[in-house]
Design a protein around this ligand. Structure first.
Ligand code: NAD
Length: 424
């Protein structure tokens, strides 16, 4: 039987990295050929041109994408990224990881992701609103509460989700809050959604520290990226008693062995937009941050920052992947061979975001809203269940924790595809 030709549409370093992870996992569980490529490649994508009138009267056309990787297990789910380096291949890789993540934690979703090639900090509020609304307008026939449900990712936030929900609802002719998650509370957003990803990263980190017999209040933590995930991870770990000794954003980082005053850092970023010139410690580069001696290293920014160049130099005990895809395949091999770092893989570590997005969607569909305590309690119970499943799979097959998490996620998607069969 001839083998399917791999589409060149998504080809890029990061898509190849996601494919290599898939191939390794598929081999490890002997995934049948008949279902392999169907499970691996994205189902469909949409590329759109987004003209936006600028403040000087000119028009700029931005390019945007939405990739739906898997729609076999429910509506697809995944964030929308606004960043100048977005590519279709990156969006496809992120969509693929969303499929394994939702499946691993047992949500009735497939995976998707969206992106626009834009540096949002170069747009004023009006331009950002027009771009966000235009993106959703182009997606109206491609997304929906039972088709594909977007959420925030790098460069997007709850305000943008609010504009998108409003745009979709205007087209529908009625309020359709369940079309996006991560919305403002006033529009049906969930209590606890803003902090969900970071709260989940911190909770799992604490649980793994407990497994290692390391008291969380003796842990030191370095965090790359101080946006939604990085800052909320920092706050939650500090609330558990850990000391945050380094933080960073795209402008660089700060190291302070005595511990960083997070309230000051958050207030600074609120007004200055970046950590640049935040003099609460010694200035360091992002590369230096990754190599600091610390108990926990949490990359919470972009993909492929832990590579074969620095993996051997990491000095952490726990590597908590708040970001999606922060560790390259080559770095994975080095970390596995070292054997002295507990890696909490992205599909498990940052799954708190999509879990609480699921809660938000459920609340929207039922119009029945939960308290923050209820949300967090349910979140931690789901994370405990996923952690136990991953660690059992790891022990049973002597897999790395990443391979254990990926094989569980991939197997469930493949089983659903096999059970549904092929529509003629
Ligand atoms: P964000 O836009 O709120 O923050 C991103 C942070 O990373 C910012 O501080 C930014 O300055 C920093 N950054 C950007 N480029 C950098 C670079 N080259 N070096 C160092 N720092 C850099 O985005 P976010 O929502 O916090 O997402 C961060 C990561 O977490 C992404 O990988 C995203 O896919 C993942 N994630 C997000 C969620 C969510 O709910 N928002 C859920 C799961 C996973």
């Amino acid at each position: 039987m001839s083998k399917a030709v791999v589409s060149s549409l998504y080809d890029s370093d990061v898509f190849r990295m996601a494919c290599r992870q898939f191939d390794k996992a598929a081999d490890a569980i002997s995934l049948p050929e008949a279902v392999r490529d169907r499970t691996k490649y994205p189902r469909r994508c949409l590329a759109v041109s987004l003209p936006v009138k600028r403040r000087d009267g000119s028009v700029t056309v931005f390019e945007g994408y939405r990739v739906q990787h898997n729609l076999s297990t429910g509506p697809s789910k995944g964030g929308i990224r606004f960043h100048q380096d977005v590519t279709l291949g990156e969006v496809a890789a992120l969509a693929m990881w969303m499929s394994w993540k939702t499946s691993l934690v047992g949500l009735p979703y497939g995976g998707a992701k969206g992106g626009v090639i834009v540096n949002p900090s170069e747009l004023d509020e009006n331009e950002l609103e027009h771009l966000s609304r235009r993106y959703m307008q182009e997606m109206v026939n491609f997304v929906g509460p039972h088709v594909d449900v977007p959420a925030p990712d790098v460069g997007t936030n709850e305000k943008i989700m609010g504009w998108m929900m409003d745009t979709y609802s205007n087209h529908a002719g009625h309020v359709e809050s369940a079309v996006v998650t991560g919305k403002p509370i006033a529009l049906g957003g969930s209590q606890g959604r803003r902090e969900a990803t970071g709260a989940g990263v911190a909770y799992l980190t604490k649980r793994y520290l407990e497994d290692l017999g390391i008291p969380v209040d003796r842990a030191t933590v370095a965090i790359q990226g101080f946006g939604n995930v990085g800052s909320e991870t920092a706050l939650a770990l500090a609330a558990y008693g850990a000391k945050i000794i380094a933080i960073s954003d795209y402008t660089g980082g700060i190291h302070n062995a005595k511990g960083i005053d997070l309230a000051k850092a958050i207030a600074y970023v609120r007004y200055q937009k970046t950590l640049h010139d935040f003099h609460e410690g010694e200035a360091i580069t992002n590369e230096q941050l990754l190599e600091l001696p610390c108990t926990v290293l949490a990359p919470c920014a972009l993909e492929r920052v832990i590579t074969d160049q620095n993996a051997a130099k990491l000095k952490c005990r726990v590597l908590a992947e708040g970001a999606n895809g922060p560790t390259t395949n080559a770095a994975d091999k080095i970390i596995e061979a070292r054997g002295d770092i507990e890696l909490i893989p992205d599909v498990l570590c940052n799954s708190g975001g999509v879990i609480v997005s699921y809660f938000e969607w459920l609340q929207n569909l039922s119009n029945f809203y939960w308290s923050r305590d209820e949300v967090l309690q349910k979140l931690f119970a789901m994370l405990d269940k996923a952690k136990a499943a991953v660690d059992a799979q790891k022990g049973k097959f002597k897999f790395s924790r990443r391979l254990a998490a990926l094989t569980l996620g991939i197997q469930r998607v493949a089983d659903a595809k096999a059970a549904r069969g092929l529509f003629p």
